[in-house]
Design a protein around this ligand. Structure first.
Ligand SMILES: C[S@@+](CC[C@H](N)C(=O)[O-])C[C@H]1O[C@@H](n2cnc3c(N)ncnc32)[C@H](O)[C@@H]1O
Length: 739
């Protein structure tokens, strides 16, 4: 994917805001332990709604929602090495976990509870630790666990995600052939799951025929989304920046060459919400929770799901989800769209897709109230006129007969106490026929796109005729002028696809013996230049979407970096392979740029972190040395096979050397899979801080100054943040060619 190095004005504004400090006193960030986990309105409102079956359960609910949230993560399922990584986690990592938790809580190891495998997550790939995020980040005994989570997250081996947030993508049930839309996608944890589902059958598809279009209205958050999704290196992802409630119809090319309107097979509407289901993770919500948020959000939530329903293919599936417990944001939105759809949409029961998940059915009765919950309303007639613009008739439950026909009880309500998680709401809808309000005017859309393609020319002086009238505007010069739609926000670099006879492609194809099924039309660069630097690859369908719609929707990112220019006096070919794009390029490459290596070879190569001292071919195993003789100088694929998995990494064959060419986190990930010693890469930030503090104190003593050094401040004040790992010097083109 393209990385934009330009100054992003939106990010700058956000940074400025951050620097200016909090806007309102109630927003001041209190340390979580100091936040009083109470809000009288919240408690009164939900007690009134009877979200729990008994007073006893209500007490459990309150106890749970006031407690900190356990940490959960899931292993990236589509990778060949997923099972092996899971086995390492279940043995080595959890042994270390038990040791560390025992040390932290001063318990006997046998008294430490083992991490919990989430029963409803497919293939046992998700785990819950009995530790909070803060425990992990701030406890020295847990530094190895913390390092593991950071490295494996960056390398794409795992994803840290709240347990309940994993539910919507599972019940959306994405297949590799599906056209998927994620309407409110940032920061992208669910998008990552959707991408994984798309790539779940690599043996059937070199590149999945389906795609994921991930959209968010917030420009800054779109970049978080790109960062999150980038770890999975999918050529089937398109990130856009638009208001989903007014998402434009998109054009696609049809087999007969004409253009049609894109309808999606699967749509995720994970809408903006008041977020009271996340109170355990975000205790500051206790300070600001009020009912007005739900009333304000109901409208946009409804408009987003309505637009989603329009864009859904007949027979397709739409998942509506929120991390709110409020029926105003959940059941009330659904009953409204179901009523308007008049049978074209149907709620379906998706419980079988999450077996073992404990949840409650959707509510069929609820009450509305004033912001202070001092007046309760059971129907719109009871609402004072002054509140008519806030509380709308459609927010009340439908009459019993209508309510019974839409089946709201098929919705999934997860409450925190049911399985020690966050709170969440999920509903699955299927489309039975077209909606009466759906607009599918292809001709108008084609015309609009054509207009949008026209360059915006500066206003010119009109040419006047003999009577002083503008020439060519005789018809209706006063009539409505069609305006070219402008796409607001940060200007992205263009998407420049390769032409049919690209000279660079011809050279790449020959050097790497690419097979014919890799379409050169799908290669692109992010600038118009004679000399291409980074070459990206996206799937055919993504290309088609970009080409047909780039003037009508703001595209933030697509494509996986696959080839990178790399020239010096040793190069025999100007482009090297990029590790990011290997998942794709590997499937199309011939035998001449591949070499099989043994475990010891790969371990040695990965341990060689000094780019000026690449491993000599003489240090390789005898059989690898033999294979090396067949491999010419330049970029290549290193293949390693064992009974558990096959690994591919980018390598570089020098005149007398062979080296791996991977980022640091991926290096650690692979070494871990190979069972190699990782101690060289294991950093203890607490120990480093102590050493730094001691050195500073020593320096101060020597210079005669009195300096107070806080040894504990080091790790906590690190600026890189979670997930930020130093990049390896190997990530530069120059070093690749030094061998
Ligand atoms: C609950 S968050 C989505 C979380 C995300 N699905 C995930 O799993 O990481 C809601 C998102 O909706 C976005 N949003 C709010 N209004 C929107 C709109 N009108 N159109 C598109 N996105 C919107 C917000 O910027 C926010 O990123």
């Amino acid at each position: 994917m393209g990385r934009n190095k330009k100054q992003n004005p939106f990010a700058a504004r956000k940074r400025q805001k951050r620097e200016n400090g909090p806007e309102r006193p109630d927003r001041r960030a209190l340390p979580y332990e100091e936040i009083k986990r109470d809000n009288a309105f919240f408690i009164k409102y939900y007690h009134l709604q009877k979200i729990c079956a008994s007073e006893e359960e209500w007490t459990q609910f309150l106890d749970s929602i006031r407690d900190n949230l356990p940490t959960t993560f899931r292993v990236t399922g589509f990778k060949d090495e997923a099972k092996a990584l899971l086995a390492i986690i279940e043995s080595q990592l959890f042994t270390e976990y038990v040791r560390a938790v025992a040390e932290l809580h001063q318990k006997a190891p046998e008294d430490v509870e083992r991490p919990l495998c989430l029963p409803w997550y497919p293939n046992g790939l998700a785990y819950q630790l009995h530790l909070t995020r803060k425990d992990i980040r701030r406890s020295e005994p847990l530094y190895r666990l913390h390092n593991f989570l950071i490295v494996e997250t960056t390398a794409g081996g795992i994803s840290r995600q709240e347990a309940v947030s994993m539910i919507p993508p599972i019940v959306l049930d994405v297949r590799p052939t599906d056209k998927v839309l994620d309407m409110c996608a940032a920061p992208g944890s669910k998008t990552a799951q959707l991408i994984e589902a798309l790539h779940a059958a690599p043996e059937e598809h070199k590149i999945p025929p389906g795609f994921v279009l991930a959209n968010d209205v917030d420009n800054n958050r779109c970049y978080m989304l790109v960062h999150q999704a980038k770890r999975l290196n999918s050529p089937c992802l398109l990130v856009t920046n638009h208001d989903s409630s007014a998402f434009p119809n998109l054009l696609i090319s049809q087999p007969d060459g004409s253009q049609g309107i894109l309808k999606f097979d699967k749509i995720l509407c994970d809408v903006p919400c008041s977020g009271d289901g996340t109170l355990r993770k975000n205790p500051d919500i206790w300070l600001k929770w009020n009912l007005a948020q739900a009333y304000n959000l109901h409208g946009i939530q409804y408009r987003i799901v309505r637009r989603g329903a329009e864009m859904l293919e007949v027979g397709g599936r739409l998942v509506y989800s929120t991390c709110s417990l409020n029926p105003i944001e959940n059941e009330a939105v659904l009953q409204r769209i179901l009523k308007e759809a008049d049978g074209a949409l149907e709620l379906v029961d998706a419980g079988h897709l999450v077996p073992g998940l404990k949840y409650k059915p959707g509510m069929t009765d609820w009450k509305l109230a004033t912001k202070e919950v001092d007046q309760i309303f059971t129907s719109f007639d009871e609402v004072p006129e002054s509140l008519h613009t806030i509380i709308r008739p459609g927010m009340f439950p439908l009459p019993a007969a209508e309510m019974a026909s839409i089946g709201l009880e098929k919705c999934i309500r997860v409450l925190p106490h049911l399985q020690d998680s966050g709170g969440f709401f999920v509903a699955v809808l299927e489309k039975r026929r077209q909606l009466a309000f759906e607009k599918n005017d292809v001709a108008a859309l084609v015309e609009q796109n054509e207009m949008a393609k026209q360059p915006v020319s500066p206003p010119t002086e009109p040419e006047l005729d003999g009577r002083g009238q503008p020439v060519g505007e005789k018809a209706v010069p006063w009539g409505p002028q069609r305006k070219k739609r402008r796409l607001h926000g940060y200007k992205e670099d263009p998407y420049v696809f390769f032409g049919e006879n690209d000279a660079d492609y011809a050279a790449i194809k020959e050097f790497y013996q690419l097979d014919e099924s890799l379409s050169q039309r799908c290669l692109l660069t992010r600038c118009i230049t004679e000399k291409k630097k980074n070459i990206y690859y996206c799937s055919e369908r993504i290309r088609d979407l970009v080409v047909n719609n780039e003037h009508n929707i703001k595209i933030i990112n697509t494509g996986v970096k696959t080839f990178v220019r790399c020239e010096n006096r040793h190069t025999v070919h100007p482009f090297r392979l990029a590790q990011e794009g290997l998942q794709t390029s590997n499937a199309f490459m011939g035998a001449n740029r591949r070499i099989q290596v043994e475990r010891e070879d790969l371990v040695m190569m990965l341990n060689c972190t000094d780019p000026t001292q690449p491993p000599s071919t003489h240090e390789l195993k005898k059989e690898t040395q033999e294979r090396c003789k067949e491999l010419g100088v330049g970029s290549c694929i290193l293949k390693y096979v064992d009974e558990r998995f096959t690994l591919y990494t980018v390598g570089w064959r020098g005149t007398s050397s062979l080296r791996a060419y991977v980022h640091k986190d991926e290096t650690i990930h692979i070494l871990r899979l190979l069972g190699a010693d990782l101690s060289k890469f294991e950093t203890n930030k607490y120990e480093e801080a102590r050493v730094a503090a001691a050195a500073a104190a020593q320096a101060a003593t020597e210079s005669g100054k009195d300096v107070v050094v806080d040894a504990e401040a080091g790790p906590e004040s690190e600026s890189s943040g979670e997930g930020a790992a130093p990049t390896t010097p190997m990530d530069t083109e120059e070093e690749a060619t030094k061998s």
